[in-house]
Design a protein around this ligand. Structure first.
Ligand code: KG4
Ligand code: ZN
Length: 330
């Protein structure tokens, strides 16, 4: 059994996992940031400090286990906000030291890569994984566990960031992704013809700054009443274009690698239009259930199980690494 922590951003999450099974996964999204239109690091760290201990007590209680029953403590050590990461890291280290259990640091992105295994335990590499979240847009070939090849990444904004910024332009609250998803259902996706940036045939990188700017210009050039009236149409057109951009690159990745098994993970993988289109286009595509799309400790626990079994372990000097990258091979 693994006790896992995730505090890389604005979700405090504690889980108890056994191999790929989740015994309990508690996640608390911080609401304090909504009035600022983005995450305030200082407030995020304070909220983590406030909730991590009571949430851990509750997780142990709900699973009816004690700290003695766990084999290891897993924790996200990057990438993320340094001050947020630090809270989970110090807490996890304290427990590991106190109980003399193993400590294992997990890369947040690797956690997302393992997240579909909770719902689909028989899933195996090779597979193509699209990570789409508030901070990341990465297209990865998972050759084997821990053996990744980076196929493409965003050259500017992350996909979720684009959703959040466009939502803000349309006067919708943060986080904008779910708001745009909801609003787009009542809108016409062909209302605005946003151009999809033309890129070379073998190119698998993403760029979302162009469409974000196009929405900004549209909002600035038209009267507020017009924008208000067509908010759903703009949201639908924007969403449709982003989904097409993601789809195009994943299709190319399938052609280039010959790998047909696809997983889509991270907050944006919750998008209903993205799920619909990808399910139509690909024979074998997997999405985590909602709880495991968003940042959560369960995926950290599952990744930790694989890492520990492969002989990895961290020590108490493990630092928080805000800009931690996955280790890629060719
Ligand atoms: O994975 P996540 O919870 O946190 C990060 O690691 O960033 O992703 C959060 C992002 C936010 O940008 C949010 O707007 C986006 O996921 N998101 C969505 C939807 N639900 C959440 N984007 C589009 N459609 C959704 N339904
Ligand atoms: Zn994430």
């Amino acid at each position: 059994m693994i006790l896992a922590f995730e505090t890389s951003c604005d979700e405090t999450s504690v889980a108890l996992t056994r191999e790929k099974e989740v015994l309990v996964n508690l996640t608390r999204s911080q609401l304090v940031h909504s009035e600022f239109g983005g995450i305030v690091p200082e407030l995020a760290a304070r909220e983590h400090i406030r909730y991590i201990k009571p949430m851990t007590d509750r997780a142990l209680r709900e699973a009816n286990v004690s700290l003695n029953d766990i084999e290891a403590v897993a924790v996200t050590y990057g990438p993320g906000l340094a001050s947020s990461l630090m809270v989970g890291l110090v807490f996890a280290k304290t427990i590991a030291q106190m109980t003399r259990k193993k400590l294992i640091g997990i890369n947040h992105l690797e956690g997302h890569i393992f997240s579909p295994l909770i719902d689909y335990p028989h899933l195996n590499p090779p597979m193509i994984t699209l990570i789409v979240s508030g901070g990341h847009t990465e297209l990865i070939l998972v050759k084997d566990w821990f053996r990744y090849r980076l196929l493409g990444e965003t050259l500017d904004d992350a996909a979720g960031e684009a959703f959040d910024k466009v939502a803000r332009l349309l006067g919708l609250p943060y986080p904008g992704g779910p708001q745009i998803d909801r609003l787009a259902r009542q809108g016409n996706p062909d209302f605005v013809k946003f151009t999809i940036p033309r890129i070379k045939s073998g190119e698998l990188n993403f760029s979302f700054s162009g469409i974000k700017t196009a929405v900004r210009l549209l909002v600035e050039k038209n009267p507020p009443e017009w924008v208000e009236e067509h908010r759903a149409d703009i949201a639908a057109s924007f969403q449709e274009t982003v989904v097409k951009m993601l789809l195009r690159n994943v299709k190319r990745a399938v052609e280039i690698t010959g790998v047909k098994r696809i997983t889509v993970v991270g907050g944006v993988s919750l998008n209903s239009r993205l799920r619909e289109v990808f399910r139509e286009e690909f024979e074998e595509v997997y999405f985590p259930s909602k709880e495991y799309c968003m940042d959560n400790a369960a995926m950290i626990g599952v990744a930790a199980h694989f890492r520990l079994r492969a002989g990895f372990e961290s020590d108490l000097t493990l630092p928080a690494v805000a800009d931690l990258q996955l280790e890629y091979e060719e």
